[in-house]
Ligand binder design. Structure first.
Ligand SMILES: [Zn+2]
Ligand SMILES: [Zn+2]
Length: 247
């Protein structure tokens, strides 16, 4: 009751001390934690039609054609990958700030976008887990941005969260000019399942969360480990996706 009466004055006081600003460009806005109209306009959300497996967006809808070339040639181990937005000139600076410069105030908005993009995945998932960060990077940054997002999503979707399901044993060597196949090998050599979940994940449906889907090498390596260890299904949900037009 008291909190109800205090809520409005507190919000007004907060708006007075810290006038709401766009979380990306600091233009004044009406509400805390949002984007200004100019920034909203530039964010490109991924929507259907897209590949049923990997979520690759199609420019045009081709009748009965809803699987992309690479997935048609080789069905991915994960069941579905979905992403909320395109990784482009507009979203890149926001995501990099979130990753590297403690711009944690962006997390609630990102989590909301992920929640909407992953709607069908949350309906089936039994556990959520982030793509892991090596502990030395964790010490340096102080947080794993994927774990931060998956924790928020776990609360929203009311699905248990296993932040330490997968572990990185070493730092991943530089990925540089490697091909997707070489990247996958590079990554799978440094990832492992946390032994304490050996039994728990058997026959379970796992939803992996990450910030950016680039070549897909990391999520494929994580999926392989989970499936080998007995997981029934692995889905992938990322905030952004790099779309290379040549695919
Ligand atoms: Zn803005
Ligand atoms: Zn595909």
């Amino acid at each position: 009751m008291i909190s109800h009466f205090l809520k409005k004055p507190c919000k007004k006081l907060l708006d007075f001390i810290l006038p709401p600003q766009c979380i990306n460009c600091h233009t004044p806005v009406f509400q805390q934690g949002g984007l200004c109209a100019g920034c909203w306009e530039k964010i490109a959300f991924i929507s259907k039609p897209f590949c049923l497996f990997c979520g690759f967006p199609f420019n045009i809808q081709i009748e009965n054609e809803n699987i992309c070339g690479p997935c048609a040639r080789k069905t991915p181990l994960f069941t579905r990958a979905r992403a909320a937005i395109y990784y482009n000139e507009a979203s890149k600076p926001m995501i990099l700030r979130f990753k590297h410069s403690d711009a944690l105030h962006i997390a609630p908005l990102f989590a909301e976008w992920l929640y909407q993009a992953g709607d069908e995945l949350f309906q089936q998932a039994e556990y959520l887990a982030p793509i892991p960060l090596h502990w030395s990077r964790l010490v340096y940054r102080g947080y794993n941005q994927a774990a931060l997002l998956s924790r928020k999503l776990s609360k929203k979707a009311k699905i248990p969260h296993l932040p330490d399901l997968l572990e990185r044993t070493h730092r991943t060597p530089p990925q540089g000019d490697l091909t997707a196949k070489e990247r996958e090998k590079n990554v799978s050599n440094v990832l492992k399942l946390n032994k304490k979940y050996n039994q728990l994940i058997r026959d379970k449906h796992i939803l992996l969360i990450d910030d950016v889907f680039t070549s897909g090498a990391t999520v494929r390596a994580c999926t392989k480990i989970l499936k080998k260890s007995g997981a029934k299904q692995v889905d992938i949900l990322t905030l952004a996706r790099v779309i290379k037009p040549e695919i």
